[in-house]
Write a protein of this length. Structure first.
Length: 651
Protein backbone atom coordinates (compact mmCIF):
# COMPACT_ATOMS: atom_id res chain seq x y z
CA UNK A 1 0.00 0.00 0.00
CA UNK A 2 2.85 2.35 0.80
CA UNK A 3 4.42 1.64 -2.57
CA UNK A 4 1.15 2.37 -4.34
CA UNK A 5 0.70 5.67 -2.54
CA UNK A 6 4.25 6.74 -3.33
CA UNK A 7 3.73 5.93 -6.99
CA UNK A 8 0.51 7.94 -7.07
CA UNK A 9 2.16 10.85 -5.31
CA UNK A 10 5.04 10.72 -7.77
CA UNK A 11 2.84 10.91 -10.88
CA UNK A 12 1.67 14.54 -10.39
CA UNK A 13 5.29 15.58 -9.91
CA UNK A 14 6.35 13.75 -13.08
CA UNK A 15 3.45 15.24 -15.01
CA UNK A 16 4.30 18.76 -13.83
CA UNK A 17 7.99 18.24 -14.70
CA UNK A 18 7.19 16.97 -18.20
CA UNK A 19 4.75 19.83 -18.78
CA UNK A 20 7.27 22.43 -17.64
CA UNK A 21 10.05 20.85 -19.71
CA UNK A 22 7.93 20.66 -22.85
CA UNK A 23 6.80 24.26 -22.45
CA UNK A 24 10.38 25.45 -22.02
CA UNK A 25 11.49 23.43 -25.04
CA UNK A 26 8.65 24.80 -27.15
CA UNK A 27 9.58 28.31 -26.09
CA UNK A 28 13.21 28.04 -27.15
CA UNK A 29 12.92 25.50 -29.97
CA UNK A 30 13.28 26.29 -33.65
CA UNK A 31 9.97 26.44 -35.46
CA UNK A 32 9.79 24.02 -38.37
CA UNK A 33 7.05 23.67 -40.93
CA UNK A 34 6.97 21.00 -43.66
CA UNK A 35 7.08 23.41 -46.60
CA UNK A 36 10.37 24.84 -45.29
CA UNK A 37 12.27 21.59 -45.87
CA UNK A 38 13.69 21.22 -49.39
CA UNK A 39 14.98 17.65 -49.43
CA UNK A 40 14.83 17.23 -53.21
CA UNK A 41 16.74 20.44 -53.78
CA UNK A 42 19.21 19.32 -51.11
CA UNK A 43 19.88 15.98 -52.81
CA UNK A 44 20.43 17.75 -56.12
CA UNK A 45 22.82 20.26 -54.54
CA UNK A 46 24.77 17.47 -52.84
CA UNK A 47 25.29 15.55 -56.07
CA UNK A 48 26.26 18.66 -58.07
CA UNK A 49 28.70 19.85 -55.40
CA UNK A 50 30.32 16.41 -55.27
CA UNK A 51 30.79 16.36 -59.06
CA UNK A 52 32.38 19.81 -58.97
CA UNK A 53 34.66 18.81 -56.09
CA UNK A 54 35.97 15.65 -57.75
CA UNK A 55 38.62 17.37 -59.96
CA UNK A 56 40.11 19.14 -56.97
CA UNK A 57 40.47 15.86 -55.09
CA UNK A 58 41.66 13.79 -58.05
CA UNK A 59 44.32 16.25 -59.22
CA UNK A 60 45.20 17.45 -55.70
CA UNK A 61 44.53 21.06 -56.78
CA UNK A 62 42.99 23.19 -54.01
CA UNK A 63 42.22 25.98 -56.47
CA UNK A 64 39.72 23.75 -58.28
CA UNK A 65 37.52 23.87 -55.18
CA UNK A 66 36.26 27.22 -56.48
CA UNK A 67 34.00 25.25 -58.82
CA UNK A 68 32.47 23.40 -55.88
CA UNK A 69 31.75 26.59 -53.97
CA UNK A 70 30.26 28.21 -57.07
CA UNK A 71 28.03 25.16 -57.60
CA UNK A 72 26.82 25.21 -54.03
CA UNK A 73 26.12 28.95 -54.03
CA UNK A 74 24.21 28.62 -57.32
CA UNK A 75 22.05 25.88 -55.82
CA UNK A 76 21.53 28.05 -52.75
CA UNK A 77 20.34 31.00 -54.82
CA UNK A 78 18.04 29.01 -57.14
CA UNK A 79 14.66 30.71 -56.53
CA UNK A 80 12.47 27.99 -58.01
CA UNK A 81 9.45 28.86 -60.12
CA UNK A 82 9.39 29.50 -63.88
CA UNK A 83 12.40 28.66 -66.03
CA UNK A 84 12.88 32.22 -67.27
CA UNK A 85 13.28 33.76 -63.84
CA UNK A 86 15.57 30.95 -62.69
CA UNK A 87 17.73 31.38 -65.80
CA UNK A 88 18.01 35.11 -65.16
CA UNK A 89 19.03 34.59 -61.53
CA UNK A 90 21.45 31.71 -62.12
CA UNK A 91 22.93 33.30 -65.23
CA UNK A 92 23.28 36.66 -63.55
CA UNK A 93 25.00 35.10 -60.56
CA UNK A 94 27.43 33.15 -62.75
CA UNK A 95 28.38 36.09 -64.98
CA UNK A 96 28.48 38.78 -62.29
CA UNK A 97 30.28 36.49 -59.86
CA UNK A 98 32.95 35.59 -62.42
CA UNK A 99 33.60 39.26 -63.20
CA UNK A 100 33.77 40.29 -59.54
CA UNK A 101 36.01 37.33 -58.65
CA UNK A 102 38.46 38.17 -61.44
CA UNK A 103 38.69 41.84 -60.48
CA UNK A 104 38.94 41.13 -56.73
CA UNK A 105 41.65 38.49 -57.14
CA UNK A 106 43.69 40.72 -59.43
CA UNK A 107 43.22 43.77 -57.22
CA UNK A 108 44.27 41.81 -54.12
CA UNK A 109 47.67 41.18 -55.72
CA UNK A 110 48.51 44.86 -55.16
CA UNK A 111 48.19 44.43 -51.39
CA UNK A 112 46.09 46.28 -48.79
CA UNK A 113 46.25 49.47 -50.86
CA UNK A 114 43.64 48.03 -53.23
CA UNK A 115 42.09 45.38 -50.99
CA UNK A 116 40.45 47.98 -48.75
CA UNK A 117 38.78 49.91 -51.63
CA UNK A 118 37.60 46.63 -53.17
CA UNK A 119 36.11 45.52 -49.87
CA UNK A 120 34.45 48.92 -49.40
CA UNK A 121 32.91 48.83 -52.89
CA UNK A 122 31.58 45.32 -52.32
CA UNK A 123 29.96 46.45 -49.08
CA UNK A 124 28.43 49.48 -50.79
CA UNK A 125 26.99 47.37 -53.61
CA UNK A 126 25.54 44.75 -51.28
CA UNK A 127 23.98 47.43 -49.11
CA UNK A 128 22.32 49.22 -52.02
CA UNK A 129 20.98 45.91 -53.38
CA UNK A 130 18.28 46.02 -50.69
CA UNK A 131 16.23 48.32 -52.90
CA UNK A 132 15.53 45.37 -55.23
CA UNK A 133 13.53 42.20 -54.74
CA UNK A 134 14.70 39.57 -52.21
CA UNK A 135 15.96 37.30 -55.02
CA UNK A 136 18.11 40.07 -56.56
CA UNK A 137 19.34 41.12 -53.13
CA UNK A 138 20.41 37.55 -52.32
CA UNK A 139 22.13 37.32 -55.70
CA UNK A 140 24.28 40.37 -55.04
CA UNK A 141 25.05 39.30 -51.48
CA UNK A 142 26.40 35.95 -52.72
CA UNK A 143 28.31 37.71 -55.49
CA UNK A 144 29.78 39.89 -52.75
CA UNK A 145 30.73 36.77 -50.78
CA UNK A 146 32.54 35.44 -53.84
CA UNK A 147 34.38 38.73 -54.28
CA UNK A 148 35.43 38.82 -50.63
CA UNK A 149 36.65 35.23 -50.86
CA UNK A 150 38.67 36.15 -53.96
CA UNK A 151 40.60 38.76 -51.97
CA UNK A 152 42.16 35.82 -50.12
CA UNK A 153 43.57 34.47 -53.41
CA UNK A 154 45.67 37.33 -54.86
CA UNK A 155 46.79 36.55 -58.41
CA UNK A 156 48.15 38.16 -61.52
CA UNK A 157 45.72 38.65 -64.43
CA UNK A 158 46.23 35.13 -65.79
CA UNK A 159 45.66 33.53 -62.38
CA UNK A 160 42.67 35.77 -61.67
CA UNK A 161 41.11 34.76 -64.99
CA UNK A 162 41.72 31.10 -64.13
CA UNK A 163 39.90 31.48 -60.80
CA UNK A 164 37.06 33.32 -62.54
CA UNK A 165 36.90 30.53 -65.13
CA UNK A 166 36.60 27.92 -62.40
CA UNK A 167 33.85 29.96 -60.78
CA UNK A 168 32.07 30.31 -64.13
CA UNK A 169 32.37 26.57 -64.77
CA UNK A 170 30.85 25.72 -61.41
CA UNK A 171 27.96 28.13 -61.93
CA UNK A 172 27.37 26.84 -65.46
CA UNK A 173 27.38 23.24 -64.22
CA UNK A 174 24.84 24.05 -61.52
CA UNK A 175 22.67 25.95 -64.02
CA UNK A 176 22.78 23.00 -66.43
CA UNK A 177 21.62 20.58 -63.75
CA UNK A 178 19.01 22.91 -62.24
CA UNK A 179 17.49 24.03 -65.54
CA UNK A 180 17.91 21.02 -67.84
CA UNK A 181 19.21 17.75 -66.43
CA UNK A 182 17.59 17.67 -62.98
CA UNK A 183 14.58 19.90 -63.13
CA UNK A 184 12.24 20.31 -60.20
CA UNK A 185 8.57 21.08 -60.72
CA UNK A 186 8.43 24.88 -60.93
CA UNK A 187 5.25 25.28 -58.90
CA UNK A 188 5.93 22.74 -56.15
CA UNK A 189 7.20 25.32 -53.60
CA UNK A 190 4.09 27.48 -54.12
CA UNK A 191 1.78 24.47 -53.75
CA UNK A 192 3.55 23.42 -50.55
CA UNK A 193 3.24 26.93 -49.14
CA UNK A 194 -0.47 27.06 -49.93
CA UNK A 195 -0.95 23.71 -48.22
CA UNK A 196 0.91 25.07 -45.20
CA UNK A 197 -1.47 28.04 -45.03
CA UNK A 198 -4.51 25.77 -44.79
CA UNK A 199 -2.66 23.55 -42.31
CA UNK A 200 -2.18 26.42 -39.85
CA UNK A 201 -5.75 27.60 -40.53
CA UNK A 202 -7.02 24.13 -39.60
CA UNK A 203 -4.87 24.17 -36.48
CA UNK A 204 -6.28 27.57 -35.54
CA UNK A 205 -9.85 26.31 -36.04
CA UNK A 206 -9.25 23.17 -33.96
CA UNK A 207 -7.75 25.13 -31.07
CA UNK A 208 -10.58 27.66 -31.23
CA UNK A 209 -13.17 24.87 -31.16
CA UNK A 210 -11.40 23.36 -28.14
CA UNK A 211 -11.44 26.69 -26.29
CA UNK A 212 -7.69 27.36 -26.53
CA UNK A 213 -7.44 31.06 -27.33
CA UNK A 214 -4.03 32.16 -28.60
CA UNK A 215 -4.87 35.08 -30.84
CA UNK A 216 -1.36 36.52 -31.12
CA UNK A 217 0.24 33.18 -32.00
CA UNK A 218 -2.48 32.35 -34.51
CA UNK A 219 -2.33 35.75 -36.19
CA UNK A 220 1.43 35.67 -36.57
CA UNK A 221 1.68 32.08 -37.80
CA UNK A 222 -1.17 32.35 -40.31
CA UNK A 223 -0.16 35.79 -41.59
CA UNK A 224 3.46 34.71 -42.06
CA UNK A 225 2.34 31.57 -43.90
CA UNK A 226 0.06 33.63 -46.16
CA UNK A 227 2.81 36.11 -47.00
CA UNK A 228 5.29 33.29 -47.78
CA UNK A 229 2.77 31.79 -50.18
CA UNK A 230 1.99 35.20 -51.68
CA UNK A 231 5.68 35.84 -52.41
CA UNK A 232 6.03 32.50 -54.21
CA UNK A 233 2.84 33.02 -56.23
CA UNK A 234 3.97 36.49 -57.31
CA UNK A 235 7.13 34.92 -58.71
CA UNK A 236 5.10 32.92 -61.23
CA UNK A 237 5.42 34.32 -64.73
CA UNK A 238 1.98 34.77 -66.33
CA UNK A 239 3.37 34.77 -69.88
CA UNK A 240 4.85 31.30 -69.93
CA UNK A 241 1.95 28.87 -69.88
CA UNK A 242 0.94 29.10 -66.23
CA UNK A 243 -2.13 31.36 -66.41
CA UNK A 244 -4.40 28.60 -65.16
CA UNK A 245 -1.99 27.58 -62.40
CA UNK A 246 -1.57 31.11 -61.13
CA UNK A 247 -5.33 31.79 -61.29
CA UNK A 248 -5.97 28.70 -59.17
CA UNK A 249 -3.30 29.58 -56.64
CA UNK A 250 -4.53 33.15 -56.28
CA UNK A 251 -8.07 31.84 -55.76
CA UNK A 252 -6.82 29.49 -53.04
CA UNK A 253 -4.87 32.32 -51.38
CA UNK A 254 -7.92 34.59 -51.48
CA UNK A 255 -9.96 31.82 -49.84
CA UNK A 256 -7.33 31.45 -47.14
CA UNK A 257 -7.53 35.20 -46.46
CA UNK A 258 -11.33 35.01 -46.08
CA UNK A 259 -11.15 31.99 -43.77
CA UNK A 260 -8.49 33.75 -41.72
CA UNK A 261 -10.71 36.83 -41.40
CA UNK A 262 -13.66 34.70 -40.31
CA UNK A 263 -11.62 32.84 -37.72
CA UNK A 264 -10.22 36.11 -36.36
CA UNK A 265 -13.76 37.41 -35.88
CA UNK A 266 -14.82 34.21 -34.14
CA UNK A 267 -11.74 34.22 -31.91
CA UNK A 268 -12.41 37.82 -30.96
CA UNK A 269 -15.95 36.79 -29.98
CA UNK A 270 -14.52 34.00 -27.85
CA UNK A 271 -12.01 36.37 -26.22
CA UNK A 272 -14.90 38.67 -25.27
CA UNK A 273 -16.98 35.75 -23.96
CA UNK A 274 -19.69 36.20 -26.61
CA UNK A 275 -19.16 33.04 -28.67
CA UNK A 276 -22.07 30.65 -28.12
CA UNK A 277 -21.31 27.02 -27.44
CA UNK A 278 -23.22 25.87 -30.54
CA UNK A 279 -20.69 27.67 -32.75
CA UNK A 280 -17.92 25.24 -31.82
CA UNK A 281 -19.45 22.50 -34.01
CA UNK A 282 -19.20 24.45 -37.30
CA UNK A 283 -15.74 25.65 -36.27
CA UNK A 284 -14.63 22.02 -36.02
CA UNK A 285 -16.16 21.48 -39.47
CA UNK A 286 -14.01 24.36 -40.75
CA UNK A 287 -10.94 22.56 -39.42
CA UNK A 288 -11.90 19.44 -41.39
CA UNK A 289 -12.44 21.52 -44.53
CA UNK A 290 -9.02 23.16 -44.12
CA UNK A 291 -7.36 19.76 -43.75
CA UNK A 292 -8.98 18.43 -46.94
CA UNK A 293 -8.05 21.61 -48.82
CA UNK A 294 -4.44 21.26 -47.67
CA UNK A 295 -4.39 17.64 -48.84
CA UNK A 296 -5.70 18.47 -52.31
CA UNK A 297 -3.54 21.56 -52.88
CA UNK A 298 -0.44 19.40 -52.55
CA UNK A 299 -1.44 17.46 -55.67
CA UNK A 300 -0.65 18.40 -59.24
CA UNK A 301 -4.33 18.06 -60.22
CA UNK A 302 -6.52 18.46 -57.10
CA UNK A 303 -9.74 16.47 -56.76
CA UNK A 304 -12.26 18.62 -54.88
CA UNK A 305 -15.15 16.14 -54.93
CA UNK A 306 -14.80 15.38 -51.21
CA UNK A 307 -14.25 19.05 -50.39
CA UNK A 308 -17.36 20.02 -52.36
CA UNK A 309 -19.49 17.67 -50.26
CA UNK A 310 -17.91 18.94 -47.05
CA UNK A 311 -18.69 22.54 -48.02
CA UNK A 312 -22.30 21.68 -48.87
CA UNK A 313 -22.75 19.89 -45.56
CA UNK A 314 -21.13 22.83 -43.78
CA UNK A 315 -23.54 25.26 -45.45
CA UNK A 316 -26.58 23.22 -44.42
CA UNK A 317 -25.24 22.95 -40.88
CA UNK A 318 -24.75 26.67 -40.26
CA UNK A 319 -28.25 27.47 -41.54
CA UNK A 320 -29.81 24.80 -39.36
CA UNK A 321 -28.13 25.71 -36.06
CA UNK A 322 -29.99 29.05 -35.68
CA UNK A 323 -26.78 30.93 -34.90
CA UNK A 324 -27.08 34.66 -34.29
CA UNK A 325 -23.84 35.56 -36.07
CA UNK A 326 -23.64 33.43 -39.19
CA UNK A 327 -21.80 35.76 -41.57
CA UNK A 328 -18.27 34.51 -40.72
CA UNK A 329 -19.43 31.01 -41.69
CA UNK A 330 -21.44 32.19 -44.72
CA UNK A 331 -18.46 34.18 -46.02
CA UNK A 332 -16.28 31.09 -45.60
CA UNK A 333 -18.72 28.94 -47.59
CA UNK A 334 -18.93 31.54 -50.37
CA UNK A 335 -15.15 31.82 -50.61
CA UNK A 336 -14.66 28.04 -50.65
CA UNK A 337 -17.24 27.65 -53.42
CA UNK A 338 -15.46 30.35 -55.43
CA UNK A 339 -12.15 28.51 -55.02
CA UNK A 340 -13.67 25.21 -56.16
CA UNK A 341 -15.16 27.00 -59.16
CA UNK A 342 -11.79 28.55 -60.05
CA UNK A 343 -10.13 25.13 -60.00
CA UNK A 344 -12.83 23.72 -62.28
CA UNK A 345 -12.28 26.39 -64.97
CA UNK A 346 -9.70 25.69 -67.62
CA UNK A 347 -8.33 29.15 -68.30
CA UNK A 348 -8.27 32.70 -67.04
CA UNK A 349 -6.92 36.11 -67.86
CA UNK A 350 -3.74 37.26 -66.26
CA UNK A 351 -1.81 40.44 -66.01
CA UNK A 352 1.57 40.65 -67.61
CA UNK A 353 4.76 39.86 -65.87
CA UNK A 354 6.28 42.62 -63.83
CA UNK A 355 9.90 43.34 -64.41
CA UNK A 356 12.51 44.48 -61.97
CA UNK A 357 11.25 47.38 -59.88
CA UNK A 358 13.80 50.19 -59.85
CA UNK A 359 13.69 52.43 -56.82
CA UNK A 360 15.88 55.29 -55.77
CA UNK A 361 17.94 54.41 -52.65
CA UNK A 362 16.73 56.28 -49.61
CA UNK A 363 18.69 57.65 -46.69
CA UNK A 364 18.26 54.39 -44.78
CA UNK A 365 19.73 52.32 -47.62
CA UNK A 366 22.70 54.65 -48.03
CA UNK A 367 23.35 54.65 -44.28
CA UNK A 368 23.23 50.85 -44.14
CA UNK A 369 25.52 50.56 -47.19
CA UNK A 370 28.03 52.98 -45.64
CA UNK A 371 28.03 51.08 -42.36
CA UNK A 372 28.50 47.80 -44.20
CA UNK A 373 31.49 49.21 -46.07
CA UNK A 374 33.02 50.49 -42.84
CA UNK A 375 32.41 47.15 -41.14
CA UNK A 376 34.14 45.22 -43.92
CA UNK A 377 37.11 47.60 -43.94
CA UNK A 378 37.48 47.37 -40.16
CA UNK A 379 37.26 43.57 -40.33
CA UNK A 380 40.01 43.48 -42.95
CA UNK A 381 42.21 45.79 -40.86
CA UNK A 382 41.71 43.67 -37.73
CA UNK A 383 42.60 40.51 -39.63
CA UNK A 384 45.67 42.12 -41.20
CA UNK A 385 46.83 43.40 -37.82
CA UNK A 386 46.21 40.03 -36.17
CA UNK A 387 47.83 38.04 -38.95
CA UNK A 388 44.74 35.95 -39.74
CA UNK A 389 45.45 33.60 -42.63
CA UNK A 390 41.82 33.29 -43.75
CA UNK A 391 40.60 36.86 -43.41
CA UNK A 392 37.95 36.34 -46.10
CA UNK A 393 36.03 34.09 -43.70
CA UNK A 394 35.74 37.02 -41.29
CA UNK A 395 34.73 39.33 -44.15
CA UNK A 396 31.97 36.97 -45.29
CA UNK A 397 30.76 36.65 -41.69
CA UNK A 398 30.54 40.44 -41.32
CA UNK A 399 28.68 40.76 -44.64
CA UNK A 400 26.09 38.10 -43.83
CA UNK A 401 25.62 39.04 -40.18
CA UNK A 402 25.16 42.78 -40.47
CA UNK A 403 21.53 43.90 -40.79
CA UNK A 404 19.97 47.39 -40.79
CA UNK A 405 18.43 46.87 -37.33
CA UNK A 406 20.78 46.55 -34.38
CA UNK A 407 18.79 43.87 -32.54
CA UNK A 408 18.59 41.76 -35.72
CA UNK A 409 22.37 42.00 -36.10
CA UNK A 410 22.77 40.80 -32.51
CA UNK A 411 20.54 37.82 -33.26
CA UNK A 412 22.47 37.06 -36.45
CA UNK A 413 25.79 37.38 -34.60
CA UNK A 414 24.79 34.90 -31.91
CA UNK A 415 23.32 32.54 -34.49
CA UNK A 416 26.37 32.67 -36.75
CA UNK A 417 28.92 32.22 -33.97
CA UNK A 418 26.88 29.35 -32.52
CA UNK A 419 26.44 27.71 -35.91
CA UNK A 420 30.10 28.21 -36.83
CA UNK A 421 31.31 26.68 -33.58
CA UNK A 422 28.99 23.69 -33.90
CA UNK A 423 29.72 23.18 -37.59
CA UNK A 424 33.47 23.41 -37.06
CA UNK A 425 33.34 20.85 -34.26
CA UNK A 426 31.21 18.58 -36.46
CA UNK A 427 33.73 18.86 -39.30
CA UNK A 428 36.60 18.17 -36.89
CA UNK A 429 34.89 15.00 -35.73
CA UNK A 430 34.42 13.87 -39.33
CA UNK A 431 38.05 14.65 -40.17
CA UNK A 432 39.25 12.56 -37.22
CA UNK A 433 36.83 9.64 -37.56
CA UNK A 434 36.75 9.49 -41.38
CA UNK A 435 40.24 10.26 -42.72
CA UNK A 436 40.74 10.12 -46.46
CA UNK A 437 39.47 12.15 -49.39
CA UNK A 438 36.78 9.66 -50.44
CA UNK A 439 35.16 9.66 -47.00
CA UNK A 440 35.31 13.45 -46.77
CA UNK A 441 33.70 13.69 -50.22
CA UNK A 442 30.74 11.65 -48.99
CA UNK A 443 30.52 13.86 -45.91
CA UNK A 444 30.56 16.97 -48.12
CA UNK A 445 27.63 15.57 -50.12
CA UNK A 446 25.51 15.06 -47.01
CA UNK A 447 26.46 18.43 -45.52
CA UNK A 448 25.54 20.30 -48.71
CA UNK A 449 22.28 18.33 -48.84
CA UNK A 450 21.46 19.33 -45.27
CA UNK A 451 22.43 22.99 -45.79
CA UNK A 452 20.13 23.41 -48.81
CA UNK A 453 17.31 21.43 -47.18
CA UNK A 454 17.18 23.63 -44.04
CA UNK A 455 18.02 27.00 -45.62
CA UNK A 456 14.46 28.26 -45.02
CA UNK A 457 14.17 26.83 -41.50
CA UNK A 458 16.68 28.68 -39.36
CA UNK A 459 19.86 30.68 -39.94
CA UNK A 460 21.74 28.80 -37.21
CA UNK A 461 21.08 25.45 -38.89
CA UNK A 462 22.14 26.84 -42.27
CA UNK A 463 25.40 28.18 -40.83
CA UNK A 464 25.93 24.94 -38.90
CA UNK A 465 25.88 22.75 -42.01
CA UNK A 466 27.47 25.38 -44.25
CA UNK A 467 30.44 25.78 -41.90
CA UNK A 468 30.84 22.03 -41.69
CA UNK A 469 30.82 21.84 -45.50
CA UNK A 470 33.44 24.59 -45.92
CA UNK A 471 35.76 23.14 -43.29
CA UNK A 472 35.40 19.60 -44.68
CA UNK A 473 36.23 20.82 -48.20
CA UNK A 474 39.18 22.81 -46.87
CA UNK A 475 40.39 19.76 -44.95
CA UNK A 476 40.05 17.58 -48.05
CA UNK A 477 41.80 19.84 -50.58
CA UNK A 478 44.44 21.43 -48.32
CA UNK A 479 44.73 19.53 -45.03
CA UNK A 480 46.35 21.35 -42.18
CA UNK A 481 46.14 21.99 -38.47
CA UNK A 482 44.14 24.81 -36.96
CA UNK A 483 41.58 25.25 -39.75
CA UNK A 484 38.69 24.48 -37.41
CA UNK A 485 39.55 27.05 -34.77
CA UNK A 486 40.63 29.59 -37.37
CA UNK A 487 37.15 29.38 -38.86
CA UNK A 488 35.54 29.92 -35.43
CA UNK A 489 37.85 32.85 -34.62
CA UNK A 490 37.27 34.55 -37.97
CA UNK A 491 33.50 34.24 -37.65
CA UNK A 492 33.66 35.70 -34.17
CA UNK A 493 35.77 38.65 -35.38
CA UNK A 494 33.42 39.40 -38.28
CA UNK A 495 30.31 39.14 -36.13
CA UNK A 496 31.69 41.40 -33.38
CA UNK A 497 32.82 44.07 -35.84
CA UNK A 498 29.41 44.03 -37.56
CA UNK A 499 27.64 44.35 -34.23
CA UNK A 500 29.88 47.25 -33.23
CA UNK A 501 29.31 49.13 -36.48
CA UNK A 502 25.55 48.77 -36.46
CA UNK A 503 25.06 49.83 -32.83
CA UNK A 504 27.81 52.31 -31.95
CA UNK A 505 27.08 55.36 -34.17
CA UNK A 506 23.43 55.68 -33.05
CA UNK A 507 22.86 53.91 -29.73
CA UNK A 508 19.25 55.09 -29.49
CA UNK A 509 18.27 53.84 -32.91
CA UNK A 510 16.61 50.65 -31.68
CA UNK A 511 14.12 52.59 -29.58
CA UNK A 512 13.31 54.78 -32.57
CA UNK A 513 12.78 51.70 -34.74
CA UNK A 514 10.33 50.26 -32.23
CA UNK A 515 8.39 53.52 -32.03
CA UNK A 516 8.32 53.81 -35.82
CA UNK A 517 7.02 50.26 -36.22
CA UNK A 518 4.39 50.88 -33.55
CA UNK A 519 3.32 54.14 -35.20
CA UNK A 520 2.93 52.39 -38.57
CA UNK A 521 0.83 49.68 -36.96
CA UNK A 522 -1.43 52.25 -35.31
CA UNK A 523 -1.90 54.20 -38.54
CA UNK A 524 -2.65 51.05 -40.57
CA UNK A 525 -5.18 49.78 -38.04
CA UNK A 526 -6.86 53.18 -37.74
CA UNK A 527 -7.19 53.35 -41.54
CA UNK A 528 -8.68 49.86 -41.58
CA UNK A 529 -11.11 50.76 -38.78
CA UNK A 530 -12.18 53.96 -40.56
CA UNK A 531 -12.99 52.04 -43.75
CA UNK A 532 -14.99 49.41 -41.86
CA UNK A 533 -16.95 51.94 -39.81
CA UNK A 534 -17.79 53.94 -42.91
CA UNK A 535 -19.83 50.99 -44.15
CA UNK A 536 -17.30 48.69 -45.88
CA UNK A 537 -18.37 50.06 -49.27
CA UNK A 538 -15.37 48.56 -51.09
CA UNK A 539 -14.62 45.06 -49.70
CA UNK A 540 -11.52 44.70 -51.89
CA UNK A 541 -10.02 47.89 -50.49
CA UNK A 542 -10.98 46.82 -46.97
CA UNK A 543 -9.29 43.44 -47.43
CA UNK A 544 -6.13 45.18 -48.63
CA UNK A 545 -6.06 47.52 -45.64
CA UNK A 546 -6.75 44.62 -43.28
CA UNK A 547 -3.76 42.76 -44.70
CA UNK A 548 -1.53 45.83 -44.42
CA UNK A 549 -2.68 46.37 -40.83
CA UNK A 550 -1.93 42.75 -39.96
CA UNK A 551 1.56 42.90 -41.44
CA UNK A 552 2.32 46.19 -39.68
CA UNK A 553 1.06 44.85 -36.35
CA UNK A 554 3.23 41.73 -36.60
CA UNK A 555 6.26 43.87 -37.47
CA UNK A 556 5.58 46.03 -34.41
CA UNK A 557 5.23 42.95 -32.22
CA UNK A 558 8.59 41.59 -33.37
CA UNK A 559 10.27 44.96 -32.82
CA UNK A 560 8.87 45.12 -29.28
CA UNK A 561 9.70 41.57 -28.27
CA UNK A 562 13.47 41.93 -28.55
CA UNK A 563 15.83 38.96 -28.78
CA UNK A 564 13.95 35.69 -29.36
CA UNK A 565 16.80 33.67 -27.86
CA UNK A 566 15.73 34.95 -24.45
CA UNK A 567 12.11 34.00 -24.97
CA UNK A 568 11.12 37.40 -26.34
CA UNK A 569 11.49 39.07 -22.96
CA UNK A 570 14.71 41.02 -23.41
CA UNK A 571 13.12 44.28 -24.48
CA UNK A 572 10.36 43.98 -21.90
CA UNK A 573 12.86 43.63 -19.07
CA UNK A 574 15.02 46.55 -20.20
CA UNK A 575 12.68 49.48 -19.85
CA UNK A 576 9.16 50.48 -18.97
CA UNK A 577 8.76 52.01 -22.44
CA UNK A 578 8.60 48.50 -23.89
CA UNK A 579 5.94 47.54 -21.35
CA UNK A 580 3.68 50.37 -22.55
CA UNK A 581 4.29 49.30 -26.14
CA UNK A 582 3.23 45.75 -25.36
CA UNK A 583 0.05 47.02 -23.68
CA UNK A 584 -0.69 49.25 -26.67
CA UNK A 585 -0.24 46.32 -29.05
CA UNK A 586 -2.66 44.28 -26.99
CA UNK A 587 -5.28 47.01 -27.37
CA UNK A 588 -4.44 47.22 -31.07
CA UNK A 589 -5.13 43.51 -31.53
CA UNK A 590 -8.45 44.03 -29.78
CA UNK A 591 -9.26 46.89 -32.17
CA UNK A 592 -8.45 44.74 -35.20
CA UNK A 593 -10.58 41.87 -33.94
CA UNK A 594 -13.50 44.17 -33.12
CA UNK A 595 -13.39 45.75 -36.58
CA UNK A 596 -13.27 42.36 -38.27
CA UNK A 597 -16.29 41.30 -36.24
CA UNK A 598 -17.97 44.64 -37.05
CA UNK A 599 -17.78 43.82 -40.78
CA UNK A 600 -19.62 40.54 -40.32
CA UNK A 601 -22.14 42.11 -37.92
CA UNK A 602 -23.05 44.70 -40.56
CA UNK A 603 -23.62 41.91 -43.07
CA UNK A 604 -25.82 40.14 -40.49
CA UNK A 605 -27.77 43.34 -39.87
CA UNK A 606 -26.69 43.47 -36.22
CA UNK A 607 -24.84 46.78 -36.53
CA UNK A 608 -25.02 49.85 -38.74
CA UNK A 609 -22.21 51.97 -40.20
CA UNK A 610 -20.85 54.67 -37.89
CA UNK A 611 -19.67 57.61 -40.03
CA UNK A 612 -18.80 59.77 -37.01
CA UNK A 613 -16.56 57.07 -35.54
CA UNK A 614 -15.03 56.50 -38.99
CA UNK A 615 -14.09 60.17 -39.28
CA UNK A 616 -12.62 60.03 -35.79
CA UNK A 617 -10.46 57.02 -36.67
CA UNK A 618 -9.28 58.69 -39.88
CA UNK A 619 -8.41 61.80 -37.86
CA UNK A 620 -6.36 59.71 -35.42
CA UNK A 621 -4.43 58.20 -38.33
CA UNK A 622 -3.79 61.62 -39.87
CA UNK A 623 -2.50 63.02 -36.57
CA UNK A 624 -0.15 60.10 -36.07
CA UNK A 625 1.19 60.44 -39.61
CA UNK A 626 1.80 64.13 -38.91
CA UNK A 627 4.02 63.22 -35.94
CA UNK A 628 1.65 63.32 -32.97
CA UNK A 629 2.93 61.47 -29.88
CA UNK A 630 1.91 57.86 -29.45
CA UNK A 631 -1.20 57.42 -27.30
CA UNK A 632 -1.13 55.62 -23.96
CA UNK A 633 -4.23 53.64 -24.98
CA UNK A 634 -6.68 53.50 -27.84
CA UNK A 635 -10.44 53.78 -28.19
CA UNK A 636 -12.21 50.77 -29.68
CA UNK A 637 -15.57 51.71 -31.23
CA UNK A 638 -18.40 49.34 -30.44
CA UNK A 639 -21.24 48.82 -28.04
CA UNK A 640 -21.02 49.37 -24.32
CA UNK A 641 -19.81 45.83 -23.71
CA UNK A 642 -16.69 46.02 -25.86
CA UNK A 643 -15.75 49.70 -25.87
CA UNK A 644 -12.46 50.52 -24.17
CA UNK A 645 -11.81 53.98 -22.82
CA UNK A 646 -8.52 55.60 -23.71
CA UNK A 647 -6.83 58.65 -25.02
CA UNK A 648 -6.63 59.65 -28.62
CA UNK A 649 -3.44 61.05 -30.06
CA UNK A 650 -3.02 64.69 -29.14
CA UNK A 651 -2.92 67.45 -31.69
Amino acid sequence: MVKGRSRQSFMPFLSAFLSLSSNRFARFAITLTPEQLSLREGVRAGVITALALLPSLLFDAPLYAWSAFSCFWACLIDPGGPQRERFEVLGGFTLAGSLVVALASWGASFGPVLILPIVALIGLGCGISRIFSPAIMQLWVLVGCAGLAATGFPSQPAGALAIAGLFFGGGALASLFCLVLWRQHPYAPARRSLGAVFFVLGLMARELAAGRLRETVHRQSVRNAIERARALIRALDARHGNQRVRMRMEAALSTAERLFTALLALEHLAEAGRLVHEARVPIRAMATICHETMRQLGRYEPDFSVLRELVRSFGRQIHGDNLVQTMPFVASVTSLEAMIGAFSRRSGSEAGRKGIVWRRPGAGQWLYAARLSVALCLTELVCLYGGQGFSYWALIAALLVMQPAGHVTLIRSVERVTGSLGGSLLAACFAILLPGKAALLVVAVFLSLAAIAVRAVNYTLLVFFLTGLIVVIAEAVMPGEGIVWTRVLDNTIGSLVALLCVSFPRPGRELGERDTALRRALVANYRYAALVLSGDCDPTQTDRLQREAGIATIAAEFSQNGLPLFGGLAAQLRESKAQSGVALLKSLRCLSGEMTLYRFDMLDGLRAPAPAAAREMALYATRLEAGAPLPDSIVIPGDEVTALQGQAPAN
